[in-house]
Design a binder for this molecule. Structure first.
Ligand code: ADP
Ligand code: MG
Length: 284
């Protein structure tokens, strides 16, 4: 599997901190996949993300972009902030300009693109993220959901190859979460590799094609969703639990599971589809 970004044995302790927050974390992000970085609160996910585009520098270990080691020099880091788009958990940490349009334009101006190109890209981004009507609205008038969309638009307008999202579903309701997942699917289909940090097993299992599990500043497991689920004891011991749909699946009688087939469904919707398909067959 081709790796886009690789973390190799990273160690990091915050200034004044007692113990390492990253404690030998190693794994690669497979190119072209929808990935989830799963781990309980405090395990080091956000700290790892801050390393991924060079905001933080590891005290030990190395990062590689397509096999090339990170160099902590201005030109390389500037390139990485474009290639690796990072959406912070709190959009307040991301949004800097005073209006929606200004904020989306900011990174493009930094890249010194011609004005015409900037204008075109901004209009495109406003449109694809449903922000056109809010173009001139001051940022402090936006709702949290709108701020999050804007933060994502501001990152995507730079056309990163890898998109990192830190707990993007925190504080979103179910409807907003579904919309976000659809947006992320669209971004993935257009060719961007996506890695989402979350402590929510349901979301990771439903959405991701590849799941990396972190605990105590290191990687403990990585694999396809079904493989991760086979590590039930590990997941319980890390307080992540198993997805709700897997718990429901366990309750079904063996004959029904056999008839519904093909392993644990990844979502309640999928379980529903399989049940409905079976009922249709039965009623013919
Ligand atoms: N700026 C900081 N200074 C000192 N300690 C921090 C800082 N940011 C995070 N930490 C500590 O690092 C640990 C890991 O945090 P974090 O990377 O945010 O984990 P996660 O995103 O998985 O919840 C926590 O114990 C947290 O208190
Ligand atoms: Mg975090």
């Amino acid at each position: 599997m081709k790796r886009l970004l690789e973390f190799s044995n990273l160690q990091y302790t915050y200034p004044g901190g007692q113990k390492p927050v990253l404690n030998g974390v190693s794994f690669g992000i497979p190119a072209g996949k929808k990935c989830a970085l799963l781990g309980r609160n405090g395990c080091g996910k956000s700290t790892l993300f801050l390393h991924a585009n060079g905001i933080l520098q590891p005290q030990q270990g190395q990062l590689f972009w397509k096999g090339t080691p990170f160099v902590y020099k201005r030109s390389f880091l500037q390139e990485m902030t474009q290639k690796v788009g990072l959406v912070f958990q709190d959009p307040e940490h991301q949004l800097i300009a005073s209006t929606v349009t200004e904020d989306i334009s900011y990174g493009l101006f930094n890249r010194k693109l011609p004005l015409e190109v900037i204008r075109e890209k901004v209009v495109g981004a406003l449109e694809s993220f449903g922000l056109t009507e809010l173009a001139d609205v001051p940022i402090h008038h936006l709702s949290l959901g709108q701020k999050r969309r804007l933060a994502l638009a501001g990152v995507m307008v730079l056309e990163p190859e890898l998109l990192l999202l830190d707990e993007p579903t925190a504080y979103l309701d179910r409807y907003q979460t579904k919309n976000l997942m659809r947006e992320l699917d669209q971004i993935h289909r257009s060719g961007t590799t996506v890695l989402m940090a979350t402590h929510d097993m349901d979301i990771a299992f439903e959405w991701a094609e590849w799941i990396c599990v972190m605990d105590g500043g290191r990687l403990v497991f990585a694999g396809e969703p079904q493989e991760v689920l086979s590590q039930k004891e590990l997941l319980e011991s890390l307080h992540l639990g198993i997805p709700l749909v897997a718990e429901v699946w366990e309750l079904l009688p063996a004959y029904l599971k056999n008839e519904l087939g093909a392993g644990i469904p990844q979502s309640v919707e999928e379980l529903k589809r399989r049940l409905e398909a079976k009922q249709e067959v039965a009623s013919v």
